[in-house]
Design a protein around this ligand. Structure first.
Ligand SMILES: *Cc1c(COP(=O)(O)O)cnc(C)c1O
Length: 333
């Protein structure tokens, strides 16, 4: 029996075609800036998204960390969502390693941060306070796409208040595909964006931070400091280039599969949040204790919890989705 892993879009394995490209990648020492494939990935993604420069890093966590450290100095503050990855799921890195204070604010239902609440959180110029320097947003955020006009408002707001704007775009391409726009249309509203190649795009490892030359220059120094300088990383960058070429448009399949999964589970009587991209949130509170071992027995891997987050990706086919729905249908609480 094939196991169907719905925990995250990080679980994808490189395809045969991707492995072949990796095998043939030209490499060099990237700490010396001499890996041609890394250089190509960095400049190509920066150009696609409308930035001056890009920087390849081992993980999205590192990409966000060095972005925060490049935007903020010791004693500065960033405003961020209470449930945001850059605040809650990165080990407190900005505070631990950057001496940067987070100011978390509750997300709105659509995943945005209310700009009036952000305004109220900005500290006045006064030596009692940390210096508010940066607003950090996320897109997609828990599977939801930030509206483009919200991003435009956030851009105007940050300019008005002298803040920088960083976007955790781990799933930026899911947002772009969902909106049917070029990813650049989203990225043009922010000063920096972090893209994960290892989520829906299906590369095994890596993220890219994009921004201005001066920002990426600072981030490059921090990447070295936190141990993210890799050597013949071109084998990984080749996978990223392949993913950008071949795995962007197909995200629509993941979205369609997630929508079908959501519909199927709703038809069985489960409370399912409206599905926007590749995540289905389904309330199984009542059944959780019995359902978890049952799903495991049926070869379906999920993170246990009262609300399941089911994520579709490259290694989940539409037939797999039908099977998941059948398995749920066969559950007797
Ligand atoms: C996965 C993810 C990251 C980065 O995660 P890594 O596992 O460190 O690559 C950052 N932000 C969001 C929203 C994510 O989902």
């Amino acid at each position: 029996m094939k196991t169907i892993d719905l925990r995250s879009d990080t679980v994808t394995r490189p395809t045969q075609a991707m492995l072949e490209i990796m095998h043939r990648a030209e490499t060099g020492d990237d700490v010396y800036g001499e890996d041609p494939t890394v250089n190509r990935l960095q400049s190509e993604l920066a150009e696609r998204l409308g930035f001056e420069a890009g920087l390849f890093v081992p993980s999205g966590t590192m990409s966000n960390l060095i972005a925060l450290m490049a935007h903020c100095e010791r004693g500065d503050e960033y405003i961020v969502g209470q449930q945001a990855h850059t605040y809650k799921y990165e080990g407190g890195g900005a505070a631990v390693l950057g001496s940067i204070q987070p100011q978390p604010i509750e997300f709105e239902a659509d995943g945005s941060l209310d700009l009036e609440r952000v305004r109220a959180a900005i500290k006045p110029e006064d030596h009692h306070f940390a210096r508010t320097r940066l607003l950090a947003l996320e897109n997609t955020v828990h599977g939801k796409v930030l509206p483009l006009d919200y991003l435009a408002q956030a851009r105007r707001f940050t300019i008005e208040h002298g803040l920088s704007l960083h976007l955790d775009g781990a799933r930026l391409y899911n947002a772009a595909v969902k909106l049917g726009v070029d990813a650049r249309e989203i990225a043009l509203h922010v000063d920096s964006v972090s893209i994960c190649l290892s989520k829906g795009l299906g590369a095994p490892v890596g993220s890219v931070l994009c921004g201005s030359f001066s920002l990426i220059d600072k981030a490059h120094r921090w990447r070295k400091l936190v141990g993210g300088g890799m050597r013949q990383a071109g084998i990984l960058a080749a996978a990223g280039l392949y993913a950008l070429e071949h795995h962007v448009a197909r995200l629509a399949e993941d979205h369609a599969n997630a929508a079908r999964l959501g519909e199927g589970l709703a038809a069985l009587g489960y409370a399912v949040e409206p599905v926007q991209t590749n995540m289905v949130f389904v309330d199984v509170r009542e059944q959780a204790a019995r359902l978890m071992p049952y799903l495991k027995e049926q070869g379906i891997t999920v993170y246990p919890g009262p609300v399941l987050r089911l994520v579709t990706h490259l290694d989940v086919s539409s037939a797999d989705v039908e099977r998941v729905i059948e398995v749920f249908a066969g559950f007797r609480p």
